[in-house]
Structure formats: structure tokens, C-alpha cells
Design a protein around this ligand. Structure first.
Ligand code: NAG
Ligand code: NAG
Ligand code: NAG
Ligand code: NAG
Ligand code: NAG
Ligand code: NAG
Ligand code: NAG
Length: 772
């Protein structure tokens, strides 16, 4: 691999200089040949790790297949179910086929299912156990409906671009937090015998120009290329995928964009190199819907399955074997990986019929009903509750205590029309205002949305609370400048910030909602703002208004949105969410990472280039580097109580460590020695306030020659007032290492590592120095 990089970068240098002289518009892809190092042949799945018995069974199965049957397994077909993708069955061998369906935050496009809290909301919970439980219940819904493969969860986009349209589908802009939560989700979902398909591999960091097509000038342009160096790839974007492979995902979905000018679904460095060699991935690579752009080249580069169907493969695969452009072993490997995944999850026995709960016509009988089983209820609600992040609370505004008069405003307070949204929010290009104006936003738009059994809107839950407390409610959901009863004890304003697949956002705030909030605050001395935000939402236009006394980022809670927010507002639940991203004081603080790369300059207008030249410095890593004070730091969130930190203790497990991980057989996830624990760190947290609450102690490390600090540990603990808890963080070799591109390995540098423990990335009362 090392050899090929050297050779191709030399080639690249030659190619660039000969063309660069003329500075003319690049019209041929050949200009970019060599940008992405070739890695061939495609590694065969070996049954490594806990895949051995699945591979034994799969090999025996594949040995019985005809060539036509093999070819049929490599692409989807249209079916009589509503599955987003279907592999047809082979009845003579008892293989029923596979149903793949959207998406990572719950089932989409069917009924009798639940709308779960979305990725960013789960990221804001910082709760591993809750994330795993959510996975179990979601996985069970997929199983009940006859869905073998959940198309998700997403860990990419990670959130490089603040306005990214799909950031909300994944957990956090931080790879460690995202990696930890994807791990738990996979364990939860797969405990139900349902496979996860982790998307989008990789560097799918913007929606703009995600597909090739006709540009504004009527010319055909390729999809955007994310140009990423090897170190950034490993330390940032690949990190959570590594955790996903380690957790045993049997499926990875390759993305629409190009990476180093080679389409992600035919990029041999990504698929053969990083994924199947370095990470030892034993499952199959499935194309995002319509992401295949070449025939045999994509097969040789490591693509195994094409969805929803293939315009390129079919009998061309067997032709290519006959004429020598593809090895027969490649086709066998593609099919073995798919069938091994079916065995790996134990789907060969007792699994409901393929898509049986999801007929195309929802009026047909035999719907598998899963909503809302009593066992799932508390997890559904708790996940909704814990993703709320309280960022401002002055003059004891919250929790509310039986107000006499409460006034409620904003287009986001009531339930949207459910028929219209029975499949979740669609791909709505909402430009200005950049808000969904027709009801409360409980999930984002596009294929990552989900389908609610019901929608318990904020106003519905407030009405129930008013009944209990004898409160009088006033409301006006349509005016931008509503009349306010001056006797109101408090005013609640509900707004949202919409985002969807297919489009990047138009900004991080919108004038309509900002004016609405300000208008209410001008007339109401205690104004509480609740924002259902599918991504970062700035509050600079009004946060210092003296009448705005409380602000909650309510993210995307799913169908229990109203119940959850009212539990928080009235103190039945103590807020414990923490921001999984940084909220800046102003848009320009995000610098070049505010907006997506749009088009190309003249030279590259047919090949839009997005250079990830900032390296690993995105979000808080970038703010720390540039010395920019955020409004709300990564990891920030208030509680109704306070927590004190003390007693930091660090213990190394050994006195000396090798620079590189000891050699070992690769298992899914890579070299297993990367996950050796090196250090345990403990701290004591005391609840110094008057009510019980959950704290999220966070551990950051400054790795020599790296970002100022990086998240490398977190926990969530419930502590009664006056009581203390000891939290313990175990850090692995990977947690302290940097990617050494020359050695092509993780390097543990000798030197001093600052360790910080505290409440968020900018409030770290405990620190010490660890010498390695
Ligand atoms: C992209 O190119 C950079 C060098 O410019 C290299 O470090 C990296 O490994 C390449 N990655 C891929 C996936 O081609
Ligand atoms: C392959 O798929 C096609 C289309 O569904 C079907 O007509 C054909 O019978 C299949 N071939 C085999 C050998 O199963
Ligand atoms: C084979 O490839 C050609 C050219 O890419 C394509 O037009 C054709 O549809 C393919 N055949 C099948 C059976 O997919
Ligand atoms: C071999 O077959 C494949 C698939 O039909 C085709 O794309 C390729 O051009 C053929 N190559 C040669 C050398 O015939
Ligand atoms: C769906 O099924 C219902 C009940 O069988 C039938 O009345 C309706 O026409 C069907 N709709 C479609 C689009 O097939
Ligand atoms: C705050 O609200 C009161 C009404 O309760 C209003 O009189 C006052 O002008 C408001 N303050 C500001 C700064 O708008
Ligand atoms: C789909 C839909 O009902 N859209 C409406 C949402 O609200 C805006 C603003 O009130 C209307 O213009 C849309 O027609």
C-alpha cells in the first residue's frame, strides 16, 4: 500500500504540472488519476473475529449457487413490499431474500411504528445505556415488520459544515462521542437480529453537489470531491466507522460524493484499503441509492451490493469473469459477504417474512403492529427528554411552578397534519424562512425521517398540565407579532430550524422566527424560547434581551416531543442534555466551515473540489485553535442543580508502552491492540444543589502536536442532592494515538498529555499531566 501511494503521488505531481500551466478548464477525469491511491485486489472476507461460523455457513451456501443466482444477489429488485431495497430470494436454498429499509432513527414510510428521537437528539443525551436501549426497541420494530437491514444509523456527515443538511441524522460533530453512541446503537439494534447499515462512507459532508448532473450553466458536472489527507481521515472521519465495524455492523453504505476525485462507491483506497484491509470489515458494502457510477471498476474497487438496482452489473459481471476483467473470486466474495451477514445475525431462522409488515398499499391487511408497546414507552420518552439542552435560565424561570397564566406562541407548538407527514417530513426545500412553519418539528426531512404513531405536540402536553395545575392558557400560533396578556406569568415561544437530506441549510437562524421571539419578549417579562433545531441554531439576535429568561435547544425528540418538553419545563425531569456541537456567537465564527463548497472555480467547475485543508480542526477543535470564544461550548448544558468536581486520579496500567500497537491478527475494527486500555482516570462529582440530577462529566486530552483538547471520555451519572459519585474513564491506546501516515499506523508519542475533566469543553476544573 505504501509503495502505491508513493508511486501515484509522483504520477499526480507530473499530471498536475503539465496541465496546470495552461490554467484551462479541466474537462477530463484523467486529470485526477492517481489522486486516490489504487488498492487491489479486493480483500476476501476471511471470517475474522466472531465471523468464523457465519463464513463457514455462507461458503457452503455459495458453493451451491449458479452464476445467475450469484449475480442476482448483488443488486436490488422491485418488490411487492414497501422495503426501500429488496434482494430477491432463492427459494430452492431456503433464502428468503433481504429487506432493507430507512432509516437509522426509526422506520420510515410505514405505519403502526414509533417516531424515535433523531441522531442529534441522541447525541445530546450523552447517554450510552439509553442509546443502547433505544437501539433495542427500534431494532425490534424493524424485525417485527420483516426488515432485515436498517439503513442507518448515520455517522457521516459528521458535521464539518455548520449548515450541512444531514448533520442532524448523526449524533455529534465529535468522532469520539459519535463512535461511542454508534457502538451502543449497533449492539442494541443487532441484539434483535436486525443488521445495521452504517452510512455514508465517507466524507459526505455536504448535500450541495452530492450528485453529478447539470450545473447552472447547463454543463455536466461530477459530484463534489472531498479531498482529505490520510491523517485527517483516520483521526476524524473514519474514527466512528472504525467503532461501527468493531461493534459488528455487517453493512456499510458508500456515499454519493467523490473522495480525492474518485466516487466513494468505486474508490479502492476507501473500500479495499481502509475498510476491508485496515479495519478488517467482514460484511458487505452497499451503494447509497443511485450512487453506483461504473460497472466492473466498482466491483473490483470493493462494492458488493447495488441499490435499488444496478444499471451496470447484471450479466456484465459474468461476462467480465469470462473475458478476464474480473476474478471469479470477486463475485464469490461479494455474495459470501452478503450471505455471511444474514447468518451472522441469525436471520436464517425465525425471522418474519420479507417486508411482511410493510405492504406497498398501506390499506392492505397484515400490518405488523408495533406502536406503542408498553415496554418501549419509557425508553421512547426518556430519549426524548434527555436530548433537551437548557442553555439559559435566569431569575429562577424554570422549572415552572403552577403558573396562573401561561401564554404560548409560535408555529412549532402544535401538531402538523399527520396524513401529510405520515412518512415523516419530506424533502422540503425550505429557504426563507428556514423553518418548518406548519407544526412542530419532531424529526428532520428526507430519508432519515421517521413515522410517528401519534404526535404529542407541546401545546397538547401543556393543556394536560394546565388541567392539573388550574392554569389558564392563552395561545396564538399564527401571528408573528402576537398580542400578549400583560398578566402572563411566562410566555413560551416555540420555533424550529428545519433541515433535510438533499439541501444544505440557508443559514443558522431565520429572520421570521427571530422577529417572532423578539416581538414576544418586548411584551412579556419572562419569555421562554424552545427551539426544535435540526442542527446548530444561533441566537445572537435576541439572547441578551432582558426579558428572555430561559432557552432550550429541544432538537428532534420524536413523537413524545410535548410530553418530554413539559416534563423539563415543570421540573419532573431535570435537564441533562449537553450540546453535541458548538454554538457560536455569530455565523462568521465558523469561518470556511459555515457553508458547503459551492460549484468550482472556473478551472474545476466541472469537477467541484472541497478541500478539507483545515484537517481535524472542525467545530470546537477549530474554535480552540483560533482562540474564538463560543457562546455555548461543545458539551455545555444547564441543570436545575449544580455539580462540583474534585479528586482527579490517574493510573497507568503499565509503566512503558510501545510506540506502535503490537502486531496482531486484524479483527473487525482493525488491530485489536488499539483497543487495549492504557490508563484509568477517576474523579469525584458532588451534587451541590437542592434537587437530584444527572451530570455528564467529560474528559478531554491534549495529545502532543494535536488539537488543544479532544474528547476522550464521558459518563452520565444520577446524583442525589448532597451526595457524590465517583466516575471512572478507561482510555485505550487509540485514544492517545495519532495517525502516522508514513508508518501507516497509529503512533503513541512519548511526551506529556494534559488531561482535563469537567462540565464541558471550556469548563474543566480538574486537570493533570500524564507522561507517556
Ligand atoms: C487522498 O489524498 C491524500 C494525499 O493528498 C492521501 O493522504 C489520502 O490517503 C488519499 N485518500 C484517499 C481515500 O484516496
Ligand atoms: C434472476 O433474477 C431475475 C429477475 O428477478 C429472474 O427472472 C431470474 O429467474 C433470476 N435467476 C435465477 C437463476 O434465479
Ligand atoms: C452491461 O453494461 C452496459 C454498459 O455499462 C449496460 O448498458 C448494460 O445495461 C449492462 N447490462 C446489464 C445486464 O446490466
Ligand atoms: C469484459 O466485459 C465487461 C462486462 O461486459 C466489459 O465492461 C469489458 O469492457 C469487457 N472487457 C474486454 C476486454 O472485453
Ligand atoms: C389499496 O388497497 C385498498 C383496499 O384493498 C384499495 O381500495 C385501493 O385501491 C388500493 N390502492 C392502491 C393504490 O392500490
Ligand atoms: C419586558 O417586558 C415588559 C412587559 O412585561 C415590557 O414593559 C418591557 O418593555 C420589556 N422589556 C424590553 C427590554 O423589551
Ligand atoms: C405544505 C404546507 O402546508 N405548507 C405551508 C406551510 O406554511 C407556509 C407558511 O405559512 C405556507 O406558505 C405553506 O403553504
Amino acid at each position: 500500500m505504501l509503495l502505491s501511494i508513493t508511486k501515484t503521488s509522483l504520477l499526480l505531481a507530473v499530471a498536475c504540472s503539465s496541465f496546470a500551466v495552461a490554467e484551462e478548464i479541466i474537462t477530463s477525469d484523467s486529470y485526477f488519476y492517481g489522486d486516490s491511491p489504487p488498492v487491489y485486489p479486493s480483500p476476501r472476507g476471511s471470517g475474522a473475529g466472531d465471523w468464523a461460523s457465519a463464513y463457514v455457513k455462507a461458503k457452503a451456501f455459495v458453493a451451491k449457487l449458479s452464476d445467475d443466482e450469484k449475480v442476482n444477489l448483488t443488486a436490488g429488485v422491485t418488490s411487492t413490499t414497501a422495503c426501500s431495497g429488496t434482494i430477491q430470494g432463492i427459494p430452492r436454498l431456503g433464502f428468503p431474500g433481504l429487506c432493507l429499509n430507512d432509516a437509522g432513527n426509526g422506520l420510515r414510510g410505514t405505519n403502526y411504528v414509533n417516531s424515535w428521537a433523531s441522531g442529534v437528539h441522541v447525541g445530546a443525551t450523552w447517554n450510552r445505556d439509553l442509546t443502547k436501549k433505544r437501539g433495542e426497541y427500534m431494532g425490534n420494530e424493524f424485525r417485527t415488520k420483516g426488515v432485515h437491514v436498517m439503513l442507518g444509523p448515520s455517522v457521516g456527515p459528521l458535521g464539518r459544515v455548520a449548515e450541512g443538511g444531514r448533520n442532524w441524522e448523526a449524533f455529534s460533530v465529535d468522532p469520539y462521542l459519535t463512535g461511542a453512541l454508534i457502538y451502543e446503537t449497533i449492539e442494541g439494534v443487532q441484539s434483535q437480529g436486525v443488521a445495521t447499515s452504517i452510512k455514508h462512507f465517507i466524507a459526505n459532508e455536504q448535500e450541495t453537489d452530492r450528485h453529478p448532473g447539470t450545473n447552472d450553466e447547463g454543463q455536466y458536472a461530477e459530484a463534489v470531491s472531498s479531498n482529505i489527507d490520510d491523517k485527517t481521515m483516520h483521526e476524524l472521519y473514519l474514527w466512528p466507522f472504525q467503532d461501527a465495524v468493531h461493534a459488528g455492523t455487517p453493512s456499510i453504505m458508500c456515499s454519493y460524493n467523490r473522495v480525492n476525485n474518485s466516487y466513494a462507491c468505486q474508490n479502492s483506497k476507501l473500500l479495499n484499503g481502509l475498510l476491508k484491509t485496515e479495519l478488517g470489515f467482514q460484511g458487505y458494502v452497499v451503494s447509497d441509492w443511485g450512487a453506483q457510477h461504473s460497472g466492473i471498476a466498482s466491483a473490483n474497487a470493493g462494492l458488493d451490493l447495488v441499490m435499488p438496482s444496478s444499471d451496470f452489473w447484471g450479466h456484465n459481471l459474468t461476462n467480465a469473469i469470462t473475458n478476464g476483467t474480473m476474478e471469479a473470486s470477486r463475485l464469490n466474495d461479494m455474495v459470501t459477504r452478503i450471505i455471511a451477514s444474514w447468518y451472522y445475525l441469525g436471520q436464517e431462522s425465525g425471522f418474519p417474512g420479507l417486508g411482511s409488515g410493510m405492504p406497498i398499499n398501506v390499506s392492505q391487511p397484515h400490518q405488523a403492529v408495533v406502536a406503542t408497546r408498553p415496554a418501549a414507552k419509557s425508553t421512547l420518552l426518556q430519549a426524548a427528554v434527555e436530548g433537551h439542552v437548557l442553555v439559559k435560565n435566569i431569575r429562577n424561570t424554570l422549572p415552572l411552578k403552577s403558573p396562573r397564566l401561561l401564554s404560548v406562541f409560535g408555529y412549532d407548538a402544535y401538531a402538523p397534519s399527520k396524513l401529510q407527514l405520515s412518512q415523516g417530513f419530506g424533502f422540503l426545500e425550505i429557504k426563507s424562512p428556514e423553518a418548518y412553519m406548519n407544526g412542530t418539528q419532531y424529526t428532520g426531512g428526507g430519508s432519515g425521517g421517521n413515522s410517528p404513531a401519534y404526535i404529542d405536540a407541546p401545546i397538547d402536553a401543556l393543556q394536560r398540565q394546565a388541567y392539573e395545575d388550574g392554569t389558564t392558557l392563552q395561545w396564538d400560533f399564527s401571528s408573528q407579532d402576537p398580542a400578549v396578556d400583560y398578566t402572563s406569568d411566562a410566555c413560551l415561544v416555540f420555533v424550529n430550524a428545519y433541515a433535510t437530506e438533499g439541501f444544505d441549510r440557508q443559514g443558522l437562524s431565520d429572520p421570521y422566527s427571530d422577529a417572532l421571539i423578539t416581538n414576544v419578549a418586548n411584551k412579556c417579562k419572562s419569555t421562554i424560547v424552545v427551539i426544535h433545531n435540526a442542527g446548530i441554531r444561533l441566537v445572537d439576535k435576541w439572547i441578551d434581551h432582558s426579558n428572555i429568561t430561559a432557552v432550550i435547544y429541544a432538537h428532534l425528540p420524536g413523537q413524545d416531543t410535548g410530553r418530554a418538553v413539559v416534563d423539563i419545563l415543570y421540573g419532573r425531569s431535570n435537564p441533562s442534555g449537553r450540546l453535541p456541537y458548538t454554538v457560536a456567537k455569530k455565523e462568521s465564527d465558523y469561518g470556511g466551515l459555515l457553508q458547503p463548497t459551492v460549484g468550482g472555480n472556473d478551472k474545476f467547475k466541472l469537477f467541484p473540489q472541497s478541500d478539507f485543508s483545515e484537517g481535524v480542526y472542525i467545530d470546537y477543535r477549530a474554535f480552540d485553535k483560533a482562540g474564538i470564544e463560543p457562546l455555548y461550548a461543545f458539551g455545555f448544558g444547564l441543570s436545575y442543580t449544580t455539580f462540583d468536581y474534585s479528586n482527579l486520579k490517574v493510573s497507568k496500567h503499565n509503566s512503558r508502552y510501545s510506540a506502535y500497537p503490537p502486531k496482531a491478527s486484524i479483527i473487525p475494527g482493525g488491530n485489536p491492540r488499539l483497543f487495549d486500555s492504557l490508563v484509568t482516570i477517576k474523579a469525584t462529582i458532588k451534587n451541590s444543589g437542592r434537587v437530584e440530577g444527572q451530570e455528564v462529566p467529560q474528559l478531554y486530552v491534549s495529545i502532543p502536536h494535536g488539537p488543544k483538547r479532544q474528547l476522550r471520555g464521558f459518563d452520565k451519572v444520577s446524583i442525589k442532592p448532597g451526595k457524590s459519585a465517583t466516575v471512572s474513564f478507561t482510555l485505550t491506546r487509540r485514544d492517545f494515538s495519532t495517525w502516522d501516515a508514513n508508518a501507516q499506523d497509529w503512533l503513541l508519542q512519548k511526551g506529556q498529555y494534559n488531561i482535563y475533566v469537567g462540565r464541558n469543553s471550556r469548563d474543566l476544573p480538574l486537570s493533570t499531566v500524564l507522561t507517556i
